[in-house]
Ligand binder design. Structure first.
Ligand SMILES: Cc1ncc(C[n+]2csc(CCOP(=O)(O)OP(=O)(O)O)c2C)c(N)n1
Ligand code: SF4
Length: 259
């Protein structure tokens, strides 16, 4: 029988009380636990990288090895880790600011390289650690200290960008739904190739208008068809609080090569 994993640390939790990053941590722990208890992996198989931001504090609270990277550099560091030890299951935690702004070039090329690892983006539509500047997924009109007259730029859709970059695994889940997040993260861990999981996450302090989108969300079946994936990815307009947000495996290429 597999040993019960010990994924907690004794470090102080410095997230705001009730921050949904706690839910992402809980789901990640559960996904790793499921992998270990099913005999697929050992705790020592897992390693992580994080960016810099509120999301990155997961580094303090998840008991696996890793590197706390530079802002925007969580993906290339994870790729280096995986190339150094191909037996590792590497989880890369990133913010929307972290990955869709400063780290954007790494995000696009990671889909081409299709290295066997998992990217989890905590998308709260805000650069929260640095007090709420707008990111590339913030909605137009978002008023912050950085843009007191409101964000003027249109947000882009990272799932559509991933599809255009030939991603082999794209999923979206919600930080308000721990079982769905757990299932999605586990599927990403087991995908042979670069698995991108976008977690829609509220921030309790900044960009409050972007919060509470769960009424718009619905669960979709795992999909392997690119045209359907494009339609699913297009449903959520990051600029709007109306319409539908599909969550689940938006696209998975079945014959993705193992790297
Ligand atoms: C190279 C570099 N660029 C910029 C920063 C400043 N910085 C640190 S955290 C942060 C915001 C993080 O926002 P996001 O990645 O969206 O994560 P969140 O805090 O929302 O979880 C920024 C801009 C930095 N520390 N290093
Ligand atoms: S600022 Fe937002 S994202 Fe950061 S810890 Fe607080 S609630 Fe969480």
């Amino acid at each position: 029988m597999a040993t019960k994993p010990d994924l907690s640390t004794k470090n102080t939790n410095t997230w705001c009380p009730g921050c949904p990053n706690n839910m992402i941590l809980a789901a990640t722990k559960q996904a790793i636990t499921n992998q270990i208890e099913s005999g697929e992996n050992k705790q020592g198989d897992f390693a992580m990288t994080t960016g810099i931001g509120c999301h990155a504090k997961i580094f303090d609270l998840l008991n696996i090895s890793g590197i706390y990277c530079l802002h925007g550099r969580t993906i290339p560091t994870a790729i280096g880790m995986k190339l150094g030890n191909p037996n590792l299951k590497v989880l890369s935690f990133a913010g929307d600011g972290d990955t869709y702004a400063e780290g954007m070039a790494h995000f696009i090329h990671a889909f081409r390289y299709n290295i066997d690892m998992t990217l989890i983006v905590h998308d709260n539509q805000s650069f929260s650690l640095t007090t709420g500047q707008p990111t590339p997924t913030s909605q137009q009109g978002y008023v912050s200290k950085a843009k007191p007259q409101g964000e003027t730029f249109k947000p882009f859709n990272p799932l559509k960008l991933a599809l255009a970059s030939n991603a082999t695994f794209i999923a979206r889940t919600s930080a308000r739904d721990i079982p769905h997040m757990t299932e999605t993260i586990q599927a990403a861990i087991n995908h042979k190739g670069f698995a991108f999981v976008e977690v829609i996450q509220d921030c309790l302090i900044f960009n409050l208008d972007a919060n509470a989108k769960d009424k718009m969300m619905y669960k979709t079946e795992p999909n392997t068809d690119k045209t359907t994936a494009d339609k699913l990815a297009s449903e959520f307009d990051y600029n709007s609080k109306e319409g539908k947000i599909p969550i689940g495996i938006i696209y998975q290429e079945n014959d993705s090569p193992k790297k």
